[in-house]
Design a protein around this ligand. Structure first.
Ligand code: NAD
Length: 353
């Protein structure tokens, strides 16, 4: 099995190094190759997603991605900015289904910004459509109006087949969990959302065992902080999912805990932490590597057909939390504070015993 490793920028290389240690101590016959992506690739070759990196990602069975971006690239042409690498990979590899579990480990209940009684036991899954919506819609641009002022514009659209495809993924996932699916849209205002809702209702006829409900995105944002445990699986479009999944991440204490998977129709996937490159802490060795390590677990389960190894990695993460090891973002009184590398080593040690 071929695994492409794309560490990227900022804390990307630091956290991916720890995830790689975990992968390598599983004693599996993986063929691992690394390539530059994002700002690091731009510096080396003038493009954030060089042809060689794209070719490696295409031939791999799974991709482990760190993070890309740095404020120093903000003045570059949009096509050359590091973030275009991840958008390009999603588009080129047809990664349309993004899974972001938001799971609160009991040991971290105190690290959440919400009261423990509101978040304890939280276990929700956000499924975000990843390859359509206003992020990819054309036309887009900044144009000059007849009165001389500039106008920015983007185009939101979803085709019926795009919605149907993510709906089947979401109903299938809900069926394997609590059989409750909330479809989030803005159908009271947007035509795109009206079609989204109509198609969700249509697909629900094939999944009579799953309870489908609908919620406007503004209410969903509110309910996520008011009563997050009322959700089981949420399915939504690219824009709304981008925002809601970060909100859900914070319920669990730190964005540094949350893995994600982006899958194509054949379960080939790109796995990455839900957070970005965190330039504010890059190079300090303090980043939490657990989201990336848990992304490895998702990779083992979804793309590499190794569910028992995925269980082992997740159990090792639970064990280090129970042993009170904490990086600074999840530190609680009385914990054993560790750096990025020490956290990686603690997970490797937990796997070995
Ligand atoms: P961010 O997720 O990088 O950071 C937000 C906050 O969370 C920061 O305070 C950061 O220090 C903290 N944080 C993030 N990951 C952490 C970890 N593992 N351990 C401890 N703390 C952590 O978001 P941002 O600051 O808005 O963006 C920074 C850069 O990342 C930007 O260039 C942005 O475009 C890029 N970005 C990339 C991706 C990606 O590669 N998929 C996703 C989001 C943002």
């Amino acid at each position: 099995m071929n695994i492409a490793i794309l560490p990227g920028d900022g804390i990307g290389p630091e956290i991916v190094a720890q995830a790689l240690k975990v992968l390598q101590c599983l004693d599996e016959d993986f063929n691992i190759e690394t390539a530059l992506v994002g700002g690091a690739a731009y510096e080396a070759s003038g493009h954030p997603l060089p042809d060689a990196t794209l070719a490696l990602a295409k031939k791999a069975d799974a991709i482990l991605f760190g993070a890309v971006g740095d404020w120093k690239y903000d003045s570059l042409d949009r096509a050359l900015r590091p973030e275009q690498a991840i958008l390009g990979l999603r588009k080129q590899l047809a990664l349309f289904a993004n899974f972001r579990p938001a799971l609160l480990y009991p040991e971290l209940a105190g690290a959440s910004s919400l009261k423990p009684e509101i978040v304890s036991g939280l276990d929700i899954l956000i499924i975000r459509e990843l390859s359509g919506d206003v992020y990819f819609g054309q036309p887009r641009g900044i144009r000059i109006l007849p009165d001389g002022q500039r106008q920015g514009f983007d185009t939101m659209h979803y085709s019926e087949s795009e919605v149907r495809r993510i709906a089947h993924i979401a109903f299938g996932a809900a069926r394997k969990r609590g059989s409750k699916l909330t479809s989030v849209d803005k159908a009271n205002v947007l035509e795109t959302s009206q079609l989204w809702r109509d198609v969700m209702i249509d697909v629900s006829k094939e999944y009579k065992d799953v309870a489908l409900s609908h919620m406007y995105v503004d209410n969903a944002a509110m309910q996520l902080v008011k009563a997050p445990k009322s959700f089981d699986v949420i399915v939504t479009g690219n824009l709304f999912g981008d925002i809601l999944s970060d909100e859900a991440a914070m319920l669990t204490g730190s964005i540094g805990m949350l893995p994600s998977a982006s899958l194509d129709a054949n379960s080939k996937g790109l796995y990455e932490p839900s957070h970005g490159s965190a330039p504010d802490i890059a190079g300090q060795g303090v980043a939490n590597p657990l989201a990336t390590i848990l992304s490895v677990a998702m990779m083992l389960r979804f793309s590499l057909g190794k569910p028992e190894q995925a269980d082992r990695v997740e159990a090792a993460v639970k064990k280090v939390l129970a042993q009170h090891y904490r990086t600074v973002d999840i530190a609680t009184p009385g914990c054993i504070q560790v750096n990025t590398q020490q956290m990686g080593e603690a997970v490797v040690a937990a796997l070995a015993h």
